[in-house]
Design a binder for this molecule. Structure first.
Ligand code: ZN
Length: 288
């Protein structure tokens, strides 16, 4: 199916939904309550970690862990928005994965291949945002240089300033985005202006870390936490990794996400929580 067909199907799907709502309910649908048709979740690699305690200081010392790592493609009208781009597809050909200081990155199936399965080319993605600029989230950023970038000003300054390495950023992962059309943010932001996809400012892990609220027509509200917390146990206990940019901000951001989840009856999806991730349908399945 070509992307045109995907979009046509999506439009047809929303038309059917509107018909169903109109036919089956006394109340007409409220215009603009949601504009998201569906969301695909891609497997964007995993991190094999010999000692997980840097993520949870004093807890699980010396214990190994595996982190999931997802990317998310949101279809909204004629737009395709990518949230996070995972580890670089180039890691897929490295035998045994890419060894880093705290973890080994492994990519089983590239993001490009998973998008190709849906007949979507990277240049068809119109909007892109990252939870933050670490390599497990911006690994494939350069594939999407034609999309409009939504980034917090504080993150932009760190990523495109004079010393990105100071923040743990590897500029070659995302340097093509310097010339991308960009919207620089200082706080929360409604991407489509209809309340369906909201960037939530959640600094602390990095200077301009952000999370994403997605209002799906049937699934309900999902908040993609990014690395505001790496996994549920850390969130529940408000644990802050040793290497975060700002501990106080991190705790405040977790409190903010808890408030949003309560107010919106939202599910919090922790990107690196492998147990949770294994229960989430992955592409070519989708959520609507
Ligand atoms: Zn991460």
């Amino acid at each position: 199916m070509s992307n045109t067909h995907v979009l046509a199907t999506l439009r047809a799907g929303s038309f059917v939904l509107i018909l169903a709502l109109t036919a089956g309910c006394a109340q007409p649908p409220v215009a603009g309550t949601t504009g998201v048709q569906r969301m695909y979740v891609f497997d964007c690699g995993e991190a094999q970690i010999p000692d997980v305690s840097p993520w949870s200081p004093g807890v699980n010392v010396g214990k190994p862990a595996v982190f999931s790592n997802n990317c998310y493609l949101i279809a909204h009208g004629n737009d395709l928005m990518l949230w996070d781009s995972g580890y670089s597809d180039l890691i897929a050909v490295v035998p045994g994965g890419m060894v880093g200081p705290r973890s080994t990155a492994v990519v089983q199936k590239t993001l490009a291949a998973q998008m190709a399965e849906l007949n979507i080319k990277p240049e068809q993605v119109t909007r892109i945002a990252f939870s933050h600029t670490h390599m497990d989230h911006v690994g494939n950023a350069n594939m999407f240089a034609s999309a409009t970038l939504y980034i917090q000003q504080a993150e932009y300054d760190a990523a495109f300033g004079t010393d990105p390495a100071k923040f743990g950023f590897v500029a070659t992962n995302y340097d093509k985005l310097r010339a991308s059309p960009s919207v620089k943010l200082s706080g929360d932001y409604d991407i489509f202006g209809d309340g369906s996809v909201l960037i939530l400012s959640t600094p602390g892990h990095t200077p301009g870390h952000q999370s994403l609220l997605v209002r799906l027509p049937n699934t309900g509200v999902v908040v993609l936490t990014g690395d505001a917390a790496h996994f549920k146990e850390n969130f529940d206990n408000r644990r802050v990794p040793t290497f975060n940019f700002n501990k106080e901000q991190t705790v405040q951001s977790m409190e903010k996400l808890a408030r949003v989840a309560a107010a919106e009856h939202a599910q919090l999806w922790f990107n690196h929580d492998r147990a949770q991730s294994s229960g989430i349908p992955h592409s070519p399945q989708f959520l609507d």
